[in-house]
Design a protein around this ligand. Structure first.
Ligand SMILES: *Cc1c(COP(=O)(O)O)cnc(C)c1O
Length: 240
């Protein structure tokens, strides 16, 4: 294995991750086609993004607007990457909103009503409707950002009424190194989405959850969009 080139590694990992997602989906009676995987490229450069594209990755996630724009510009200047997708997955500061509007395919990290209103207003001003997820702090950890479930239930109808955004679903992060807590977080996200579906009449069919350490659990619990960084790009990361 140490003889692997980085390109070989990316290709093998893409296959292994796809197989693990398919197995996890199968265990909960789901079709693997319901699950999309984003390669989170925040720790690598454009060269690695291009190599990952060649290995089969089609959608990428970035947590800083400037990086997203830089890599997306490079990808769009690369004819073989036609159709590439970049999502904004990290904390979005108000003064950076304009950078990602019309560039990010999906903004995963609308973490407050204040931010949702700002993204909506700026989208409207540019004649855009921005696809977004509402970031939810399901686990209740103080270190995590996002709406609390109660807050979300209370503000859902106002949020879906904002005309510059299209709320597609929810996003969360699970506590680290605790499979039981992770499972509870992911199933809680799914239950919350069902509740909000009834309240709003929206499909809310995108559940962004699951990272390198916990994506199999997330897929078992209903994730439709996993966000994978280390397991895609880091040769020292052991898949499990
Ligand atoms: C970095 C990051 C990921 C990917 O994490 P890994 O553990 O490297 O898979 C997913 N989501 C968000 C919001 C991130 O910032």
């Amino acid at each position: 294995m140490s003889e692997d080139t980085y390109e070989d590694f990316l290709l093998r990992r893409h296959r292994e991750i796809g197989a693990l997602i398919a197995q996890a989906a199968g265990r909960s009676g789901r079709d693997a086609s319901e699950v999309r995987a984003l390669a989170v490229s925040k720790t690598v450069g454009f060269e690695e993004v291009l190599a990952a594209w060649r290995a089969g990755w089609r959608a990428f996630g970035e947590n800083r607007p400037q990086e997203l724009v830089r890599k997306l510009d490079a990808a769009q200047a690369t004819p073989e990457m036609a159709g590439v997708r970049f999502d904004m997955i990290g904390n979005l500061q108000k003064n950076k909103i304009n950078q990602v509007l019309g560039r990010a395919t999906l903004v995963h990290s609308l973490s407050s009503e204040h931010l949702a209103r700002a993204v909506s207003a700026r989208s409207e001003a540019r004649g855009l409707t921005t696809d977004v997820l509402l970031e939810t702090n399901v686990s209740g950890e103080a270190s995590k950002s996002g709406f609390s479930p109660d807050e979300l239930r209370a503000s859902a109808e106002r949020l879906v009424g904002l005309s510059g955004i299209r709320v597609r679903g929810l996003m969360t992060m699970a506590p680290a190194h605790d499979a039981t807590a992770a499972r509870r977080t992911f199933s809680g996200l799914r239950a919350l989405a069902e509740d909000l579906r009834e309240r709003t009449g929206l499909a809310l069919d995108v559940l962004s959850c699951g990272m390198s350490d916990d994506f199999s659990i997330a897929v078992e619990e209903g994730s439709t969009l996993v966000r994978l960084g280390r397991c895609v790009f880091d040769q020292d990361y052991r898949l499990h």
